[in-house]
Every structure is written in structure tokens, then in C-alpha cells.
Ligand binder design. Structure first.
Ligand code: TPP
Ligand code: MG
Length: 608
């Protein structure tokens, strides 16, 4: 059997239905074998970056291995940004890169290249993959494929790469004679986990103001309905990182919502005044804690549950004291927690929940500072609110980065069964469109929405043609604010609003009319602006099958409010509230920059 036929069969056996890529001299056998396999299809993309992102989007939607294929040299290096998305968000993907033939590899020779388009792919990808290997011997293909697939899903999942010289791709192999990979035995003791859970519950029982923070780790791999069962039984209010906003439906009584640097004020008051923070599958990134680490949840005992111990020890000596560290896969942790909650007397946290409810009422999401009456613009906050009402059950949403991500994550009111994905930690512009292609290829029956900014769209514009060619049922909502909106705001904050390369007036080249571009690439289009009733326009769009490109004219002056400026604690976002009001809302002592270390250990004010 030809080696690349073996690869196609191996992947198909593991449920992989599509591989995304662009062909090239060093990848023709990979493409040919995958295309010939009856259970697999090659999806031709317009850029390898988009192929890697489509593979990532496919993996997020399906739970299966996402596969991207490229030729050597530029094809392989183009896969890098998408591979980073999978690495930082723990998504199982496999990059298959063609390489020059073995006898053309430079080996130890002190030259830059011998073979045409030769590149040291393994060294480039090693820091952002769990396994990156070049095939040097055809008979080791089974071993490397099995090891790579095992590692992609094991522990903290992530991307893997196999670089395959052209001559080895064509080699005839005897599958029955190939040595395999033996995965290591299971580690970690269930006895320790049960004990850890018990001591955590002891802390919970004595807490007055506990919160749970859910993170993206609960999706990679997905933990399933046991999460909500545990939340319901515990009765603790739940905060969400953006990667987890879809993990609890908007109407769930314990859902507080997101928090952080761009978080709503209600979430920030909640986390800052908690006396116990239980972080499940979130690394508590700086976008959640703010830059001054010792100001974060400063009266709380911090407990973290993570499969990666380094995520819990990274705060040591840096201002956040993670007092409880449980190293476990989230599914195992919840599996150990659930039985202990069966006869668990829920403490009474009514006061705490009422206080949170008060913050939610007192601080609704901040809308645009400019009224849209008489303006041909849509308010992004209002648009996301209307979109939430229209989005069907089981909707799958991919969102890009910038203002459009912020408005979506803060404003979306997810229904049970809906999923929201983005490249949360690498956050490249131009992710959402190719990722939604990956998801749509896996399941065309699931209603799919892609939300992107005009800047992000420009990076992957050509993929509109891929959507049109396959008539993928993706509703593309372009949040068109005629600028890199988030960057404009950054320049207003740091450089007195002197714009450079953030809108057409300061150097960006944008088409005057995105809809005409989308039409030219084969998509039906519509526009929603300030004169259009949003609800009925959206209802109409979602009632029609197939793809659609919707140009949404967002107010170019709309800001991302509230936001945390560097140097402030999470409760002091901009635009600033009256300091007296903040003082009244806070249960814990105000944060003092002057006396940072002692303040980090201060106790809560009594009576709240
Ligand atoms: C590949 C890449 N380049 C640069 C950035 C930095 N960056 C983040 S958001 C942004 C502007 C995004 O503009 P747009 O897509 O229009 O989103 P908006 O903020 O206007 O909604 C930039 C330049 C990035 N995240 N990714
Ligand atoms: Mg924009």
C-alpha cells in the first residue's frame, strides 16, 4: 500500500471526514490519497492559514481531530498562525506537511536550503505543537501517526505535526508489519481526587461569597451535562470567561456572566468581592484578572482545577496566591464531585445572590455613547441583543477578534445547546470565517453564524468564495465599523487619539462596499443599518437556507465600554463611576496601589 493511502485510511478510521489544505509539489500524494478515500474529502482552501484555522474550527465543532495539509516551505509556514490557535486553546489538530525528498534535505550541511522550498518545519513548529516530527523512515509512519493522535487528545489537548518527505509519501509499505505506539498507562489516583474534592467542599461550606469561574478547558474536551448538574447542586453563582459564555444558558439563575478587562461591571464587582473563587478550566488570563494581579479577588481564597499544573503555579510570587490546586482533567474532577453533592446541604447564600442581582440591575451593558437616531448606524450592543433572540437553538457561532468579539461575548444571551467559538488566546484577525468553514463541512445541518469585523474579513476575504462554492449554510455578519475599531480606541487611550493605520483616513485600504465584493465572490447579500428594523431583518435572513453575507453598519464611534485601563483594579473601569458609588458598592476594602502587598491580604469590610 502507498504510504499516503495508509495515512488516509488511518484518519478515516478515527472518524476524520475532511482535511483542509492547498496543494503543492511536495503534497500531491497526500492530496491524492485523501481525495481517493471514500470516507474522506479534501477541502481546497485559498490560503494555508485558513486551512489550519478550518481544521481548528472543525475540531471545535466535532470533537474530532482537525486535519490540515500543505506543501513544504511556504505552504507549511502559512499553517503556523492557525496551529498557534489550536495550541493556545488546546484543540486537537494534525498538520500534515509535505517536505522535499529525503536525498534533498540539507541535513547537517551548513547551508540554508538544498531542496527547492526546503524549510526546517519541525523546528519552527516545535514550540507550538505537542509533537512535531519528520518522517525519516517509511516503516515508522504507523508509530508516528498513533503517537501524534494520542498526544493530540491526551491530557491537555493540542496540535501535532508530521512532516513527510515526498519520496516517503510514495513508498510502498506493508501495514501489517508496521510497529505501533503503546500509550503510557493512566496516571493520577482517584483516591487523592476524592480527598481534594472533600477539602474544597469544606471551604465552600464556610464561604460567604463564593463564585465559580468557568473556562474554555471545560470544552477541550467537553465535559457534558455533569457540569450543570454540579452547578445546580452547589448553588454557587457562576462567572464565565469569554471562552465559556456558552456553557451556561443566559436564563440560568446562577449565571452572572462574563467579567474582566472588557467585562461588564456586574461581573467585575462580583469577582472582586468574592471570598472564594473556584476556577474550573480557566488559566485566569490577564484579560480576566487585570494587570495588577494582587488587586484581583483580593479577599478571596483562590482554588484552581486544571489538567496543567503549570497554569496553577505560574502565579507564585506574582500577586495571586492559588491556595488550592487540584490537578485533574475537568471531567474527572466533576466525576469525583458529583457523588459528594448527592446529600450535600446547600449553604444559604441568599444575601450574596441578591447583591449580585443588584449589580446586574444597576450596571446594564454600556451602549454606544452616540444615539443612533437619525444616523445610518446600528448600535452593536443592541444588535447582539436582537441577534440572541433570533439565533436558533443549536446555533453554532464563530466570532473573530476586536470590538465585534467584545460586543458578542458580553452581550450574547446563549440558549441551551448553542455554542460560541473563537481563537480565544491567540486571537488572530481572520479566524472566524475559515473556522466556520471547517465547522460547516462537518455538519451542514447545524445553523452557523460567523461574526467578523471589517479588518478581520480583509485577512481572509477570499474564503467567501469557498463558502459560496460549497453553498455552506453560514450567515456571515460583518460588523462594519469602517475601521479597526478596537485599535482606534487603544490609540485614543495611549496616543491622544492620533490614528495610524486604523481606518481609511489613516491609511487602511478597505473596499467602499463590502457587499459588492461578496456578491462578486458569489454570495447573496443584505445590509442592516440604522434605518432597518433589526429583529425582522434578522428573522428574514435566518429563515432562508444557504449562505448569506450581511453588512451591518456599526457606529464607527462606538466604544468598548466599560474597559479597564492599566493600573486599575477590576472594579475601577472606564469611564469611571463616581468614586463614592464604587466605595458603596464594594464589600472589600478599596485597593491601594501604594501598599500593594498588605492590601492583597486584606479582609472584607464587615456588613454589606
Ligand atoms: C493577525 C492580527 N494582526 C493584528 C492584530 C491586532 N488587532 C487586534 S483587533 C484589531 C483590529 C480589528 O479590526 P476589525 O476586525 O475591524 O474589528 P473591530 O474592532 O473594528 O470590531 C487589530 C489590528 C490581531 N489580533 N491579529
Ligand atoms: Mg472594524
Amino acid at each position: 500500500m502507498k504510504l499516503t493511502d495508509y495515512i488516509a485510511g488511518f484518519l478515516a478510521e478515527r472518524g476524520v471526514t475532511h482535511a483542509f489544505g492547498m496543494s503543492g509539489g511536495a503534497a500531491v500524494h497526500l492530496f491524492d490519497s485523501i481525495d481517493r478515500h471514500p470516507q474522506m474529502k479534501i477541502v481546497a482552501m485559498t490560503h494555508e492559514q485558513c486551512a489550519a484555522m478550518a481544521a481548528d474550527g472543525y475540531a471545535r465543532a466535532s470533537g474530532r481531530l482537525g486535519v490540515a495539509v500543505s506543501t513544504s516551505g511556504p505552504g507549511a509556514t502559512n499553517l503556523l498562525t492557525g496551529t498557534c490557535c489550536s495550541y493556545y486553546d488546546s484543540i486537537p489538530t494534525l498538520m500534515l506537511t509535505g517536505q522535499v525528498a529525503t536525498h534533498r534535505l540539507k541535513g547537517s550541511r551548513q547551508v540554508r536550503q538544498v531542496g527547492f522550498q526546503e524549510t526546517d518545519v519541525v523546528s519552527i513548529f516545535a514550540p507550538v505543537t505537542k509533537y512535531a516530527v519528520q518522517l525519516t523512515d517509511a516503516s515508522s509512519i504507523r508509530f508516528h501517526l498513533e503517537k501524534a493522535c494520542y498526544l493530540a487528545f491526551a491530557g491537555r489537548p493540542g496540535p501535532v505535526l508530521i512532516d513527510i518527505p515526498d519520496d516517503l509519501q510514495r513508498t510502498e509499505i506493508e501495514p501489517a508489519e508496521l510497529p505501533g505506539f503503546v500509550p503510557p498507562g493512566a496516571s493520577g489516583s482517584p483516591v487523592t481526587l476524592a480527598a481534594d474534592v472533600m477539602s474544597l467542599l469544606k471551604l465552600v461550606r464556610s464561604a460567604e461569597r463564593p463564585v465559580i469561574v468557568l473556562g474554555g478547558g471545560l470544552k477541550t474536551p467537553p465535559v457534558g451535562p455533569i457540569l450543570q448538574e454540579c452547578i445546580d447542586l452547589l448553588g454557587i453563582p457562576v462567572l464565565l470567561s469569554w471562552a465559556a459564555v456558552d456553557l451556561l444558558a443566559a436564563d440560568h439563575p446562577l449565571r452572572v456572566g462574563p467579567f474582566g478587562v472588557y467585562g461588564p461591571r456586574a461581573g467585575n464587582f462580583t469577582v472582586q468581592n468574592a471570598d472564594l473563587v473556584i476556577a474550573l478550566g480557566t488559566r485566569l488570563s490577564q484579560n480576566l484578572t487585570g494587570g495588577i494581579l494582587c488587586s484581583f479577588a483580593r479577599s478571596a481564597t483562590i482554588a484552581m482545577v486544571d489538567t496543567d499544573e503549570h497554569e496553577m503555579s505560574k502565579f507564585d510570587g506574582r500577586g495571586i496566591d492559588v491556595q488550592v490546586r487540584i490537578r485533574a482533567r475537568l471531567a474527572d474532577f466533576l466525576g469525583a464531585l458529583r457523588p459528594q453533592l448527592a446529600s450535600w446541604p446547600k449553604p444559604d447564600w441568599t444575601n450574596w445572590r441578591e447583591k449580585i442581582h443588584h449589580w446586574q440591575q444597576a450596571f446594564p451593558p454600556d451602549a454606544s455613547p452616540q444615539t443612533r437616531t437619525g444616523q445610518p448606524h446600528v448600535d452593536a450592543v443592541e444588535f447582539v441583543r436582537e441577534l440572541s433572540k433570533v439565533l436558533p437553538e443549536a446555533a453554532l457561532i464563530y466570532v473573530d477578534t476586536g470590538g465585534n468579539l467584545t460586543w458578542t461575548c458580553n452581550g450574547l444571551a446563549p440558549k441551551r445547546g448553542q455554542s460560541l467559538h473563537s481563537a480565544w488566546n491567540h486571537t488572530p484577525m481572520g479566524y472566524a470565517l475559515p473556522a466556520s468553514i471547517g465547522a460547516a463541512m462537518f455538519d451542514r445541518s447545524r445553523p452557523l453564524t460567523c461574526i467578523t469585523g471589517d479588518g478581520g474579513l480583509m485577512i481572509c476575504l477570499a474564503e467567501l468564495a469557498t463558502i459560496a462554492k460549497h453553498r455552506l449554510p453560514v450567515k456571515i455578519l460583518l460588523f462594519n465599523n469602517h475601521s479597526h475599531g478596537i485599535q482606534k480606541q487603544t490609540l485614543e487611550t495611549w496616543l491622544n487619539g492620533r490614528y495610524v493605520a486604523v481606518d481609511p483616513a489613516s491609511g487602511l485600504a478597505f473596499p467602499d462596499n463590502f457587499s459588492r465584493v461578496a456578491e462578486a465572490l458569489g454570495l447573496p447579500t443584505a445590509t442592516i443599518d440604522g434605518r432597518t428594523p433589526i429583529a425582522s431583518a434578522l428573522a428574514d435572513i435566518y429563515a432562508r437556507p444557504g449562505p448569506a453575507f450581511i453588512n451591518v453598519e456599526i457606529n464607527p464611534d462606538q466604544k468598548l465600554y466599560p474597559v479597564l485601563k492599566y493600573g486599575s483594579a477590576l472594579e475601577n473601569q472606564s469611564p469611571p463611576l463616581d468614586p463614592q458609588q464604587v466605595h458603596c458598592e464594594m464589600i472589600v476594602e478599596p485597593f491601594s496601589k501604594v501598599a500593594q502587598a498588605p492590601v492583597a491580604c486584606q479582609q472584607a469590610k464587615p456588613g454589606w
